[in-house]
Write a protein that binds this ligand. Structure first.
Ligand code: SAM
Length: 280
């Protein structure tokens, strides 16, 4: 798919772009729902209109073409996206049968985390889950649709992401399973009466600040924390586990590393991982 896209894009723009510009053309693209997101070298930004038009003609099911203009840094994980062709940046992305409605210019969707979204439903039993950083429902929607949790409390502090979380709960017909909560998980989770059998802590670069809350709301018998983070190639997972075990001790909790899931390469020599940690 990638090589034929590259070839077709070069052919479509022959005679429109000069030879150097042709060399800088991207070899692939990302598609979220009906929206294509392109990474263009800076040298091609002033040629974005003709490139976007050619891309729209090549890619099927494409209503809009956007440029990715930079990395995602803010606390709300807002992307830097510019609409080049098309009417709207809102779309519905379908994955594993789950629908994710979102505005790609306001909300990120990490396609690289696809296996993580697929993994959770296989682990979940009839239990109470706290999804601390739920975004538009990246993890909780799949769990509610494909597993049989008792209840999921989904916390999200960005009002835009929360708006889509509420929409997605409706369109996936899982209102009986997920309770969305607008606000900071660090304070909102403390207000819930039920205790969590499983806490999903999916935030980069680190969800460490929410650990004291996690240890206060976790089921004291036996429970699991899914703790995401960044790990250098040369570092053992125990380095990341230390974050959790030190704070756990302050709350009289024992932690044991059950599993390390490699999610994706984050940048050269740094990996995005998830530690599955047993707490009792
Ligand atoms: C983008 S998601 C993480 C992505 C997810 N791990 C994935 O794999 O796609 C992180 C979300 O957490 C939200 N967030 C950050 N800090 C928060 C907090 N203290 N309480 C609740 N939500 C928070 C952000 O607004 C964002 O929507």
């Amino acid at each position: 798919m990638k090589s034929s896209f590259k070839k077709r894009l070069r052919e479509a723009l022959k005679g429109i772009l000069n030879e150097i510009e042709i060399k800088f053309l991207p070899s692939g693209f990302q598609q979220i729902g009906t929206i294509v997101i392109l990474n263009l070298k800076n040298q091609l930004w002033n040629r974005k209109d003709v490139i976007a038009e050619a891309v729209q003609n090549i890619v099927s099911n494409c209503d809009a073409v956007c440029l990715n203009k930079g990395a995602i840094y803010s606390q709300f994980r807002t992307p830097q996206i510019e609409l080049v062709i098309g009417e709207s940046t809102e779309t519905i992305h379908k994955e594993h049968g789950t629908l994710y409605k979102l505005d790609v210019s306001k909300i990120m969707f990490a396609k690289g985390n696809i296996n993580e979204r697929k993994r959770y439903p296989k682990l979940v039993k009839n239990e109470i889950i706290f999804d601390f950083f739920s975004g538009v429902g990246y993890f909780c929607l799949n769990i509610a649709r494909l597993a049989n949790p008792k209840r999921i409390y989904a916390f999200e502090m960005n009002p835009i992401a929360y708006h889509y979380l509420v929409e997605n709960i409706k369109i996936n017909k899982v209102s009986d399973k997920i309770k969305p909560i607008l606000g900071d998980c660090k304070t909102e989770a403390l207000k819930i009466k039920e205790k969590a059998d499983r806490i999903i802590m999916g935030l980069l670069p680190s969800p460490k600040d929410a650990l004291p809350t996690a240890f206060q709301v976790i089921n004291p018998k036996k429970s699991i924390i899914h703790y995401e983070g960044l790990l250098n190639d040369s570092d053992p997972p125990e380095k990341l586990l230390e974050d959790v075990s030190i704070i756990g001790k302050e709350f009289n909790k024992k932690t044991k590393l059950e599993h390390v899931e490699f999610i994706k390469s984050y940048r050269p020599h740094v990996n995005h991982v998830c530690l599955d940690i047993l707490v009792n």
